[in-house]
Design a protein around this ligand. Structure first.
Ligand SMILES: Nc1ncnc2c1ncn2[C@@H]1O[C@H](COP(=O)(O)OP(=O)(O)OP(=O)(O)O)[C@@H](O)[C@H]1O
Ligand SMILES: [Zn+2]
Ligand SMILES: [Zn+2]
Length: 802
């Protein structure tokens, strides 16, 4: 094989295919499918992935590969197939898809350098820029006063050349170790020649006698209370040597985590486990929907299913939503399987993530627990894929490639002939409908594992509060309940849904709301920095003293941000110790963990937060959960609003009374009659499912219909609208008659970063032609997208309709 088929690192549709390269002789024995290579591409040098090796090519005059970036493949053959499928399935570029499958650290960095080829005098400005050096950074040249024409002339004259460098980012951490290379006899002899003053030397030798494995130099020096200087004689006498060894950046201290043994399963758990194990044993690619109420012990089923798979020498992937990947969750898996577990999520540093990924690649672990992208863990003997809280929207990636982890999991399971578990107390309608139809296998766990009742959910109509003169955001009932918990020294979780409600600034005289100048969205007030910020772009400004439109000084803050809730709560109940968890208090690495630990240690009474606290938390002393504004999702343009509200109330309620103490939930709402709140309150998933399915059918939404959202954006609103109109027409013409095309309409957020946005939506039941038609449309607009800053985004199965 002397030809490699390579996908190169240029995300553009004309380049979205494989290119053939010659394999130079010195690489023929080492090159393998799935490795990264450095190749010439036009005038540049770029990174690429080898997808196949072959003997002949249709193309003449092939260029050779410059070098290899890997010594072992980083993409398995299976993942290459998954990548190709995924790129087609989501209409993304191959290169973007492969990069999404790998850790950040494996991306390439590019550098452009100018190399001086002549020793003769260059034009003056160039001489000044080079300042006696042979190489010059291209950035430096651009910042200098060298005229572009001058630079081009010197290039043409052959006095300069441009060099493209590919830099790797995957730096492997190395550390220095002390290694003993002498026998005890040799050590003894050395001590015999020491003077009495050489106490440190004697001490070190004593230590070395018992040393069997290399020890970290740093540890050695600390132990011996000495410096690097004093070990020099030992090295000079060939008693020890210093070696550099590769080490992992370990984000978790496995030793510090208590190991757990499997629990004796309750009947409902045992039944579920048997079905899953059987499917695994028979090498079936079944998809199980594990529908278990909060606290039913789903995690224990996962753990024992994984143990079964590991016993047969196979591997498992567990996906959990980013925000619930708390130390508590990690400990449950590490507690059972110790260092057989790698953890992958975005709170880890790039280096840590790379190291966790390498543990998988080197087959040093059997289990991966991670957020969405962990579904691509490069295991080769997969036996099980678990998606916990499968209803979470974060399993869908919102930029290229716009994939859903569930689809990838099912695709990989087909290849490995292994089962998938989709676990949730509130499965999505799509998932549950498939389970009812028998496409997926349904496993029900209706009881809590401690057999306690689900906590009582009380509804408070906030309109009544207002009528009774209570203008705070806390009902009298909730305040009363909080005070009782404080007396009993029990804990409280307060949940505020932040999407939909936030603090904006409004003028009381003219009603003007201060908006982002670049996006059609109001600015959010951030107390700590005393600034107004845009949540869609980086814009921020100081809080004005006067209304920008009428100059009145009656500027006020509205809405209920978590900061404001915290303040008014402190006023109402000054003795309460509150921990607030939201994007502001959890930005720094580790702060999420720290806050939860404080709460676990009962250093606070109330945990107040956003989505972040809705899932996965398990604190024995939490007996009261409050939902401050249950309906805040309804004012979003989203057909899933009712479903999300139902999920949220159910999940949050699940945090109360999980252990021996009974729990209570208080839900405050301005629309307490809404069916989603009513069903959630009665823990009636089946009732909600039936009602919501009927509505989805009537309004032609998933799971009865599929959706595709096309968003067009352009600096000029007319242009954006016009393109959307043409696209709608094309779709109408080329798709089947049963398919509906809605739009063009302005997007719910009409402008982001000064780009105007229009959308059209395809609603269809069966449309085998859709991919082709969309691909042709993209092709048609390709030139315009490049030349005039036009952007067309296609989202198959959209979750964010904004
Ligand atoms: N068979 C069992 N025997 C005793 N205790 C159990 C058993 N199974 C689970 N538990 C305990 O019950 C509690 C709830 O279990 P777990 O957290 O696994 O539930 P879950 O279904 O994952 O809940 P959620 O959806 O709320 O996250 C845990 O404290 C767990 O240790
Ligand atoms: Zn903005
Ligand atoms: Zn005003």
């Amino acid at each position: 094989m002397n030809i490699a088929k390579v996908v190169v690192d240029v995300p553009a549709s004309q380049i979205n295919r494989v290119f053939d390269y010659l394999i130079p002789d010195h690489l023929t024995d080492t090159i393998e499918v799935g490795m990264r290579v450095i190749v010439p591409f036009g005038p540049r040098t770029i990174m690429g992935y080898v997808l196949a090796l072959t003997d002949h090519s249709e193309v003449e005059g092939l260029k050779p590969i410059k070098s290899l970036m890997d010594i072992v493949p980083i993409l398995t053959e299976e993942l290459i197939e998954v990548g190709k499928w995924l790129a087609n399935h989501t209409m993304s570029f191959y290169i973007s898809t492969f990069q999404a499958m790998l850790p950040q650290a494996l991306k390439a960095d590019y550098h452009k350098l100018i190399h001086r080829l002549t020793i003769d005098q260059l034009p003056e400005s160039l001489e000044r820029a080079f300042a006696g050096r042979d190489y010059l950074d291209f950035d430096e040249l651009e910042a200098s006063d060298v005229p572009l024409s001058q630079f081009k002339q010197s290039l043409d004259d052959g006095d300069l050349e441009v060099i493209y460098q590919v830099k790797r980012k995957d730096n492997i951490k190395k550390q220095t170790f002390v290694k003993k290379i002498s026998s005890t006899a040799q050590l003894d002899e050395y001590t015999a020649h020491l003077t009495n003053q050489a106490k440190k030397q004697k001490l070190m030798v004593e230590f070395l006698v018992d040393l069997n494995e290399p020890i970290l130099l740093k540890t050695f020096l600390t132990k011996m209370k000495t410096t690097r200087q004093t070990i020099k004689p030992l090295i000079d006498h060939n008693l020890i040597t210093l070696i550099e060894e590769e080490v992992y950046r370990e984000p978790y201290d496995d030793q510090a985590i208590d190991r757990t043994a499997p629990l004796k399963l309750k009947d409902q758990q045992a039944e579920a486990l048997t079905a899953i194990n059987q499917s695994f044993d028979q090498q079936k690619d079944d998809v199980f929907v594990l529908h278990g109420v909060t606290g039913s012990g789903k995690t224990e089923v996962y753990l024992q299913a994984i143990a079964h798979v590991m016993n047969e020498g196979k591997e498992a992937i567990v996906l959990v939503p980013e925000i619930s990947l708390t130390p508590q969750m990690v400990n449950r898996f590490k507690g059972r399987f110790g260092s057989d577990v790698a953890v992958m999520h975005s709170a880890l540093s790039k280096g840590e993530r790379f190291d966790e990924w390498r543990k998988v690649q080197r087959k040093e672990v059997k289990v991966v627990v991670g957020a969405r992208s962990a579904v691509f863990a490069p295991f080769e003997n997969l036996g099980l894929i678990i998606i916990d809280e499968e209803h979470e929207a974060s399993y869908k990636q919102e930029d290229h490639p716009r994939y859903h982890a569930k689809d990838v999991a099912i695709q990989r399971a087909k290849h490995h002939k292994c089962p998938v578990i989709l676990g949730s107390a509130t499965p999505t309608l799509e998932t549950y409908a498939r389970a009812k139809k028998g496409v997926y296998q349904l496993l029900e766990m209706p009881d809590r594992s401690n057999l306690s009742e689900m906590p009582e959910i009380d509804l408070v109509d906030m309109r009544d509060e207002l009528h009774a003169g209570n203008r705070t955001m806390f009902s009298r009932k909730l305040i009363e309940a909080i005070k009782i918990r404080l007396e009993k020294q029990e804990q409280i979780v307060l949940f505020l849904n932040r999407r939909g409600y936030s603090t904006f600034v409004m003028c009381r005289d003219c009603g003007d709301v201060i908006e982002c100048p670049d996006c059609d969205i109001s600015l959010t007030y951030h107390r700590k920095q005393n600034r107004l910020k845009c949540h869609y772009c980086d814009y921020h400004e100081a809080v004005p003293n006067k209304c920008p439109s009428c100059e009145s000084e009656t500027i006020r803050y509205f809405g209920t941000g978590t900061q404001k809730v915290e303040e008014s709560l402190s006023q109402l109940i000054p003795e309460a110790r509150i921990i607030r968890m939201d994007v502001d208090t959890t930005q720094r690495k580790g702060s999420h963990e720290r806050l939860l630990k404080q709460f676990a240690k009962k250093q606070a009474d109330i945990l107040l937060g956003t989505q972040m606290i809705a899932k996965g938390l398990d604190f024995p002393d939490v007996t009261l959960v409050g939902v401050l504004a249950a309906d805040s999702l309804f004012n979003l343009p989203d057909f899933r609003a009712a479903e999300r509200t139902f999920q949220l109330i159910t999940q949050v309620s699940g945090r109360a009374g999980r252990h021996h103490l009974t729990g209570e939930v208080i839900v405050q709402s301005y629309t307490p009659d809404h069916y989603s709140i009513d069903y959630a309150r009665n823990y009636d998933y089946q009732g909600f499912f039936a009602k919501e399915m009927a509505l989805r059918k009537a309004f032609q939404y998933p799971p009865y219909y599929y959706l595709t959202l096309i968003t067009v954006s352009h600096p000029n609103p007319n242009r954006a609208q016009e393109v959307t109109r043409v696209i709608s027409q094309l779709l109408n013409k080329h798709l089947s008659n049963e398919t509906k095309i809605l739009g063009p309409t302005p997007s719910p957020i009409e402008r982001i970063k000064n780009r105007y946005r229009f959308q059209c939506m395809i609603k269809y039941k069966y449309e085998p032609n859709q991919h082709n038609v969309l691909a042709r449309i993209l092709q048609y607009y390709e030139d315009m997208m490049r030349k005039e800053d036009l952007l067309i985004q296609i989202d198959l199965q959209p979750y964010q309709l904004m």
